[in-house]
Design a protein around this ligand. Structure first.
Ligand SMILES: C[S@@+](CC[C@H](N)C(=O)[O-])C[C@H]1O[C@@H](n2cnc3c(N)ncnc32)[C@H](O)[C@@H]1O
Length: 191
């Protein structure tokens, strides 16, 4: 699906930095980073090692330009890859924090299991997974009830409460941001 950039970083990511939960020494991976809104914001906020992954080369090129314009290119790298094959791109325990902002809701149900297994593998034991998902994506598979985060993630991470809010996004062809209703969950890697 074509993707237009989100105009502002995720409030949940900002809050975790402000609270000192994500620290400058963490190795952060932004899964499905798109044009790098969150990845570049993290670098601007002082995180020294941020890696964005996406399968869309045009989005990655825009993310690199964004990092350069923000003068943080030394701290952010953008990698072309498929989040359902994370083990091909990264070694086990390579990261302390993984971001999934509006990513997993793009994956087919049969891809989520491989994705969840890969995230757990590349994150440190006890590493943090931040999930910000569209609400309703899974309703048809769960008898009308949302199950968020998705069950394969719930099986591998200890999550706290899931809360819902909205984030701005800019649909293609529209200049002003609209708002996506999202569920936010933060979990620790059990493996
Ligand atoms: C809605 S955008 C969200 C981008 C960014 N995280 C944000 O919050 O603005 C979803 C992104 O996930 C990427 N994506 C979808 N499936 C993917 C996959 N299997 N592997 C890597 N990236 C994927 C898309 O290319 C797109 O850039």
């Amino acid at each position: 699906m074509p993707y237009a950039p989100r105009p502002a970083p995720s409030p949940v990511v900002a809050a975790l930095v402000a609270a000192g939960v994500i620290t400058r020494d963490d190795r952060v991976v932004d899964l499905g980073c798109g044009t790098g809104t969150d990845a570049v914001a993290l670098a601007r906020w002082g995180v020294r090692s941020v890696t964005g992954v996406d399968k869309d080369r045009r989005a990655l090129a825009a993310a690199r330009r964004r990092a350069k314009a923000a003068r943080v290119a030394r701290h952010v790298s953008f990698v072309h890859g498929d989040v359902t094959r994370l083990g091909d791109a990264f070694q086990a325990r390579s990261f302390d924090v993984a971001l999934d902002t509006l990513l997993a809701n793009n994956l087919r149900a049969d891809e989520i299991e491989a994705y969840a297994r890969g995230v757990s593998r590349i994150l440190a034991r006890g590493g943090l997974l931040v999930v910000q998902e569209r609400v309703h994506r899974w309703a048809h598979e769960s008898e009308g009830k949302d199950v968020l985060p998705m069950p394969p993630l719930l099986a591998r991470f200890d999550f706290g409460s899931t809360v819902t809010t909205a984030v701005p996004e800019a649909p293609l062809g529209l200049r002003d941001p609209h708002f996506a209703r999202v569920a936010v969950s933060v979990g620790r890697n059990r493996a």
